[in-house]
Design a protein around this ligand. Structure first.
Ligand SMILES: Nc1ncnc2c1ncn2[C@@H]1O[C@H](COP(=O)(O)OP(=O)(O)OP(=O)(O)O)[C@@H](O)[C@H]1O
Length: 450
């Protein structure tokens, strides 16, 4: 029996390899990229580690299969393309290239990104030990920096959760997965019935959903992100999901039980009668108080952390701290000397985000086609590089001195690219021209019609 195990493993490896080749057929972009292994899957995309034959780097390639098949998928794809194409920030995943292939069910979009070694989910739940407060502070600081850049431009991510925060062994964090990103505007719920329907739906990111989304009250999108930041912060401290609901009703019940019955202002704003009745049926809930919610038998209490969480997770979105207030909270005192001095997010992203929401399906497909390069003609596209491919300015964030995370994955650290490593390798002359050979990110600029 013992001898059979290696053979069985070989069969599994072989099957995985075949599946990988089936999932990641790059068309003629296969001249540039070679899929190595599958590294992640979400509701909308699958991601592989790949070898970039032009630069010699290892990269991550996210495939959004059948991106043109439904309006929802097309809109998600275009949102992600449009945000990532134009923004550059040290704490936001960097898009290197975009190409497409055509499949029987529509267009497959491939987004080539810097390869990261793992996600915050792995860091939090991959070991038994608690995370040091210094490390938690560093991750939080980077997350808030990335968000500050987005929120200043009026963009809300709307799907923040540990698995969408990618990290490297050197503790560098980057925000990823912009399929839900939207221009932040305070808006009333338009279709109450549709939102009430979610009472019975399982939503993947439920534990990070803000009360205004659950309760069906007017949404202020950037505040939604701040709530999620609070959930992630608490999860790093407790090593478990803070509010682990598995249905909308259980999520509401957990929040109301622990934080208390919502104030009249929130109850009056609830548009969905079913939700309102559900909360009223829970009876008066005094709430546990944040020190009790955050209490853990084996972990010391950090007053400052509890104070910050309580401000991030105010049930009333109007009272919740915004990213600028959060980043200057005393919890981040050790970073106050670091000047946050980054370029502004291009206005174009803001315009695009507004436009994408109102486009009909055919227009979304047309723009996806224009935004991605066809694999067939990629070798003709030499010459100037678009803004999205240009190297970022060297990282200005402080590096973490408390040690390495030591991921156990097969991802080779030397193969991953951070701005720092890239700058270093180029200055040491190891592959000085590799980027210049890269085809342009997109073939043309397409102003969206608003
Ligand atoms: N650049 C990257 N480097 C390393 N791993 C990555 C990278 N991008 C994504 N991943 C991994 O792939 C997983 C799925 O990617 P992503 O979240 O973008 O897909 P999705 O379908 O949009 O997910 P979701 O279900 O959260 O909406 C991530 O959780 C992450 O673990």
């Amino acid at each position: 029996m013992k001898n059979k195990k290696p053979a069985f493993n070989r069969i599994l490896d072989d099957l995985a390899r075949r599946q990988l080749l089936l999932d990641f057929q790059f068309g003629s972009a296969g001249y540039n990229f070679e899929a190595i292994r599958n590294i992640g899957a979400g509701a909308f995309g699958i991601v592989c580690e790949a070898y970039d034959k032009i630069t010699g780097d290892k990269v991550a390639i996210k495939k959004i299969g059948h991106a043109s098949a439904t309006p929802t998928l097309s809109r998600r794809t275009l949102r992600e393309l449009r945000v990532l194409r134009y923004i550059k920030h040290d704490n936001i995943i960097r898009l290197r290239d975009i190409f497409r292939t055509s499949g029987s069910l529509g267009i497959n979009v491939f987004m080539v990104m810097d390869l990261m070694e793992g996600s915050l989910y792995h860091v939090i739940h991959g070991t038994y030990e608690f995370l040091e407060y210094d490390l938690i502070t560093f991750f939080m600081y980077q997350l808030l920096r990335g968000l500050k850049y987005l929120h200043t431009a009026g963009i809300a991510h709307r799907d923040l959760k540990p698995s969408n925060l990618l990290v490297n062994s050197d503790c560098h964090l980057r925000i990823a997965d912009f399929g839900m990103a939207k221009l932040a505007i305070k808006h009333e719920i338009e279709n109450i019935e549709e939102h009430c329907f979610y009472m019975t739906q399982h939503i993947a990111t439920l534990p990070y959903r803000a009360p205004e989304l659950l309760f069906v009250t007017p949404e202020h999108s950037t505040a939604v992100d701040m709530w999620a930041v609070g959930c992630i912060f608490a999860e790093m401290i407790l090593k478990r999901e803070l509010f682990p609901g598995r249905s909308v009703s259980s999520q509401i019940k957990i929040i109301v039980t622990q934080l208390g019955t919502p104030p009249d202002k929130i109850m009056d704003d609830i548009r969905c009668e079913r939700t309102k009745n559900f909360i009223q049926d829970l009876g008066f809930q005094p709430g546990w108080g944040w020190p009790n919610i955050m209490a853990h038998d084996e972990r010391e209490t950090n007053e400052m952390a509890i104070n910050l969480i309580s401000q991030l997770m105010d049930m009333d979105a109007d009272k919740r701290v915004d990213v600028n207030q959060a980043i200057y909270h005393s919890f981040f005192k050790s970073y106050w000397n670091n000047e946050i001095n980054e370029g502004a997010c291009p206005f174009k992203v803001k315009m695009d985000m507004a436009a994408v929401e109102n486009l009909p399906h055919e227009k979304l497909i047309a723009l996806i086609i224009k935004d991605t390069r066809a694999t067939e003609d990629e070798h003709l596209n030499s010459g100037s590089t678009s803004s999205g491919t240009s190297s970022l300015s060297p990282a200005s964030i402080p590096s973490y001195t408390g040690g390495s995370l030591g991921f156990e994955s097969e991802v080779s650290i030397s193969g991953t690219q951070t701005e720092n490593s890239e700058t270093n390798s180029q200055s040491s002359g190891s592959r000085p021209d590799s980027r210049e050979n890269r085809p342009p990110l997109c073939t043309e600029e397409i102003p969206l019609e608003i």
